[in-house]
Write a protein that binds this ligand. Sequence first.
Ligand SMILES: Cc1cc2nc3c(=O)[nH]c(=O)nc-3n(C[C@H](O)[C@H](O)[C@H](O)COP(=O)(O)OP(=O)(O)OC[C@H]3O[C@@H](n4cnc5c(N)ncnc54)[C@H](O)[C@@H]3O)c2cc1C
Length: 381
Amino acid sequence: MAGSVFVETPPRDAEIAVVGGGVAGMSTALFLARAGRDVVVLERGVPWGDASGANAGTLSLQVKRTEVLDLCKLSLDVWKRFGAEMDIDVGFGQPGGLRVATTEAEVAHLREYSEEQRQGGLEFEWMEGNQLRDMAPWLSTSVRAATFCREDAYSSPLLSGGALPAAVGKAGGRIVGHAEVTDLKREDGGYRIETKRGALRVKTLVITAGPWSGQLARMLDVALPIYVDVNMLSVTEPAPKILDRVITHIGGILSLKQLANGTILIGGGWQGRGRFAGMEKFADHVRLGQNLTTAVSVVPDLAKLRLVRTWAGYEAVAPDALPAFGRLPNNDGAYIAAAARGGFTFGPAQGLLISEMILDKPPSTPIGRFDPARLLTGAHA
Ligand SMILES: Cc1cc2nc3c(=O)[nH]c(=O)nc-3n(C[C@H](O)[C@H](O)[C@H](O)COP(=O)(O)OP(=O)(O)OC[C@H]3O[C@@H](n4cnc5c(N)ncnc54)[C@H](O)[C@@H]3O)c2cc1C
């Protein structure tokens, strides 16, 4: 990436430090830098080097629980505004999404689930028979029905990983790579941060370190239970257009989409193997087979393509599977955004909302239910 956004060492003093250069951290830094604040991102490796660079880029409203629909709508709006208003090419596309059902039981489940979502304010169309075939002739005839949500979208982890850090730099922010934060201390009404590239003092601290956020919070005596899933994802060779919607499944675990370069991402949350402690994550060949079998059972033409790569990555999850972001309990001037299942979807909204808290602006959507204080355990509760 060109320009002076990357600096070798942290400044000795800054107004705001954001720890973690994934989608949550970069979005936070972007909104703060655009508001004229002095912000530095401290990243252990390289930006987008973890989950934000390893994910499927699905931004699907209709797979979300009703509690997070407003947050999800806000985030989709921000993803769209990155390109439309801020000239940041994050590879956003909004072709709409089909959530498919293949058995009678799944059709009944889809009806029940979609009714609940309708009551939660989500709009979609019920599709079956010829109407469904006309819209998606590439679907297997085993698909009996689907809901179509026009707002379902995707963005490109590959493009956004270059574009968002560059935008942070253009707005005046700085990024220090290979600057793992090793210690955090409260000091003189602010925070002293030790990194592998030197120390700095800041007034405001934002922790956006994905599954490592719990470890960083513990340095400030806050115990937040944050668990880790090991998700798998596969990509095919580029192909002429096979499918033109984002696909999810009410019964099987599946997400499918074809990107502008013709490759198809096959995922959905099948679990790989690994241990967080040893930073080990691998694909699980049995579940990979199930993932691919499910994919081909929904879009048969996928069977003609070669698979190029399969990989596994960490996803942080709170015990209640809701996003956790807001003020870091018992630490004035510190904030945290972590543990959002489907966190690529929510990252831009989390960034906007954290920046609004820091800038003393009213939140763009109510955030009370996502307060990390709800997760406090033991003596910290
Ligand atoms: C295979 C896979 C597929 C997925 N598919 C989807 C999807 O389709 N849609 C969706 O919405 N979500 C998806 N997700 C989840 C999504 O990728 C994550 O929830 C999201 O990217 C988390 O972003 P983040 O910024 O919170 O954390 P991360 O992207 O994990 O970024 C955290 C950063 O913090 C850095 N860091 C950690 N510790 C320190 C430290 N001590 N000092 C400095 N830096 C530190 C890390 O190096 C990392 O770069 C998927 C995840 C995986 C693994």
